[in-house]
Design a binder for this molecule. Structure first.
Ligand code: PRP
Ligand code: MN
Ligand code: MG
Length: 182
């Protein structure tokens, strides 16, 4: 079936819950960055839906840029080596960088990106994630803004995919086991 709802076990965060939480996060960011210009860096592709809504919940000027990184393969999962597939278009020197992610799982992607971005001499770097799965963490990353902490569920929607599907679900759901088994 191509009806995405058939593969949804349950809705974890509805559209309304996401909107309300993102409004709070936007207000916190607006207050914390008063007088500072924000450069949001979205990590393709999962972060795009969240970043589009988050940027509109921040009530001051926000510049945006994007990076795409390769998932570390099984062979390198412990090393956390990540390859940059698409780099930033802009120079981040002296900028206040806010990295925007849909989910932090092992932490390996962001651990690498933090190190990489700090070497470019920004004024500051903070991390903003919609979802946080601490049970899966392999390396600690400092999260400044966290939407929701979740158990080790297989989550989809609002940018999050399984095999490139379900990103356009308007809510965060849990994938039925039969949708990824076998
Ligand atoms: C997912 C997610 C984060 C990263 C988190 O991206 O969007 O970017 O994995 O995992 P980690 O904390 O274990 O590094 P993915 O590599 O699936 O690419 P996508 O965003 O294009 O789906
Ligand atoms: Mn991602
Ligand atoms: Mg993915």
């Amino acid at each position: 079936s191509n009806n995405m709802m058939d593969d949804v076990e349950k809705i974890l965060f509805s559209e309304e819950e996401l909107t309300a939480r993102i409004r709070e996060m936007g207000a916190a960011i607006t207050a914390d960055y008063a007088g500072k210009e924000i450069l949001m860096i979205g990590i393709l592709r999962g972060a795009v839906f969240f970043m589009a809504d988050l940027a509109r919940a921040v009530k001051q000027t926000v510049a945006i840029d994007f990076m795409a990184v390769s998932s570390y393969g099984a062979a390198t999962s412990s090393s956390g080596v990540v390859r940059i597939l698409k780099d930033l278009d802009e120079d981040v020197a002296n900028k206040h960088v806010l990295i925007v992610e849909d989910i932090i799982d092992s932490g390996l992607t962001l651990n690498y990106l933090m190190e990489n971005l700090w070497s470019r001499k920004p004024a500051s770097i903070k991390i903003c994630t919609l979802l946080n799965k601490p049970e899966r963490r392999k390396v600690e990353v400092p999260i400044a803004y966290n939407g929701f902490t979740i158990p080790d569920y297989f989550v989809i929607g609002y940018g999050l995919d399984y095999a490139e599907k379900y990103r356009n679900l308007p809510f965060i759901g849990v994938l039925k086991p039969e949708a990824y088994a076998g």
